[in-house]
Write a protein that binds this ligand. Structure first.
Ligand code: FNR
Length: 347
């Protein structure tokens, strides 16, 4: 085992507190908030902690390897960066800093449709990246974004399906705080034009259209049910991403730690399943892998890290989470990600 640093037991809270003091109250609230009365926001973190580990002992854990692959792309650990919009709100480097920090940590970045950098700025610094897509009311503009992403080197499209409308948030902030614009393609800046809003009419039939116009593997993000995961796979999805948008869409939904097992069981073994929502430590990542996740994604922690120290902060966060996972794997008797199995969890 390498002896990498760790955020320590109070790390996630400390990181958030440091980020909070580096930004205005409005911006902090925009990122931290959940929807409704924030039931799901709270439940996401708690549900991981409720899963009790059953470590294996007397295994030779002299070497532990956290590396794995997602849709064929090698990553240093199954700890990847979820899409979050408007990153220039928290740091002048914005998504460029997120991409550079992620690349240096050997991770993978998911770029939001609501990014505040251009494709050209991104690809200069980025390692492997996927584009998170909202199908917009203006389908022609959607097609332009997809084709430009494919040309710029996106390795997959992540279609977010839990946001036909943006839910009302518990902590009311101007949405989005009015100081940055999405600039991925110039047309996205026209925020009063309804064409740039999410299309609430999207159905499973649109998956084939997207795969066809992009030529890229399609990941469906925001699935919480086995039957729907199966339907997406039958319609051509290459992978399923279990997510409740970090408790920012329908409040009161099942926490992702609970939904993961149902989704995993419903799709063929070769279909990759990812999860995000409330993952804060390397132990949480181990729990997700034990439930059958191929990889995990972090949303807010990556934003807090970007806010505090730009690319260096993002790098340090991802390396710390990897080190925590490595330690947790060793102490649970797992040498490789493939050795992490459901028997590690108390039934
Ligand atoms: C998000 N999320 C999100 N998801 C998406 O598909 N497109 C987007 O543009 C955004 N934007 C966004 C902004 C902010 C400020 C947050 C906090 C979240 C959801 C995100 O990808 C992810 O699902 C959750 O953040 C995961 O939960 P945690 O890790 O934040 O608990």
């Amino acid at each position: 085992m390498t002896n990498l640093g760790s955020l320590g037991p109070t790390g996630p809270a400390r990181l958030e507190a440091a980020a909070r003091s580096a930004m205005s109250g409005h911006v902090y609230d925009y990122i931290a908030t959940g929807s409704g009365v924030e039931e799901t926001l709270a439940a996401n973190e708690a549900a991981w902690r409720d899963l009790l580990l059953r470590p294996r002992v007397l295994r030779d854990v002299t070497t532990v390897d956290t590396s794995t692959t997602v849709l064929g792309t090698p990553v240093s650990a199954p700890v990847l960066v979820a899409p979050t919009g408007y990153q220039r709100l928290v740091h002048p480097e914005g998504e460029v800093g997120m991409a550079a920090g992620s690349a240096r940590a050997g991770s993978l970045l998911t770029l939001s449709t609501r990014a505040t950098v251009t494709f050209e700025e991104l690809v200069e610094v980025s390692g492997p990246w996927w584009l998170q897509l909202y199908i917009l009311r203006d389908r022609g503009l959607t097609e332009t974004i997809v084709q430009r992403a494919a040309a710029a080197g996106a390795r997959a499209l992540v279609l977010t399906v839990d946001t036909p409308y943006v839910a009302r948030k518990a902590r009311r902030t101007p949405f989005p705080p009015d100081v940055v614009s999405p600039v991925l393609v110039p047309e996205l800046q026209a925020r009063d034009d309804k064409g740039v809003w999410q299309d609430p009419g999207v159905t499973v039939a649109d998956l084939a259209w997207l795969a066809e116009i992009s030529g890229l593997p399609l990941v469906v993000k925001g699935v919480l049910r086995g039957d729907e995961a199966r339907a997406c796979v039958d319609a051509g999805a290459a992978a399923i991403w279990v997510s409740n948008h970090g408790g920012r869409q329908l409040d009161g939904v099942v926490p992702t730690a609970t939904a993961l097992a149902e989704v995993r069981a419903a799709v063929p073994e070769e279909v990759e399943v990812y999860v995000d929502g409330g993952l804060r430590t390397g132990r949480d990542v181990l729990r997700a892998l034990a439930l059958g996740a191929t990889a995990t994604f972090v949303g807010r922690p990556a934003v807090w890290a970007l806010a505090t120290e730009g690319a260096a902060g993002v790098h340090d966060l991802l390396v710390s989470l990897r080190a925590e996972l490595e330690e947790a794997m060793a102490l649970a008797g797992c040498r490789t990600v493939a050795e992490v199995a459901p028997d590690l969890l108390h039934p």
